[in-house]
Ligand binder design. Structure first.
Ligand code: CA
Length: 139
């Protein structure tokens, strides 16, 4: 801020303005395509993409809008990336004979203070192994 006192002298003051960005919670849309469920092949190995989820955060700036996803359901063969992509986890394989339907809860957190979370549910069906003349894919 410059305040001119007269023609020859200037006074300069530094003013620090702190704008506090209130952290808003992220949310999953009510019509996310993953809510219809997803299919994955029997015997699918690591990094096989199952489906993607996407949360929205109303905040415009980091860290309040920085989202991280994790699967809160224990002991599933799946993992989720920072982009919300659900894949078969490292060292895992899907087994239709063991588990046909996985009902997994995905949690998203933002990085604001206080931290907020939201969750959604993804139904994953492990399709039976197809015979070569199988008329149509499972998913
Ligand atoms: Ca936020």
């Amino acid at each position: 801020m410059d305040a001119i006192q007269d023609d020859s002298k200037q006074m300069t003051h530094e003013i620090t303005v702190r704008i506090v960005d209130v952290n808003e919670p992220p949310s999953f849309p009510d019509d996310g395509p993953w809510l219809n469920g997803a299919g994955v092949a029997d015997g699918a190995g690591p990094e096989t993409l199952v489906c993607s989820v996407e949360a929205k955060d109303p905040d415009k700036y980091a860290p309040n809008n920085v989202l991280n996803y994790y699967i809160s359901t224990p002991a599933t063969p799946f993992t989720i990336s920072d982009l919300g992509e659900i894949t078969v986890a490292t060292g895992q394989t899907t087994h239709h004979e063991k588990t046909v339907v996985w009902n997994i809860e995905v949690v998203v957190t933002d990085a604001g203070v206080p931290q907020h979370t939201a969750s959604t549910t993804v139904l994953i069906v492990v399709c039976p192994t197809r015979k070569p003349d199988s008329p149509k894919p499972c998913a």
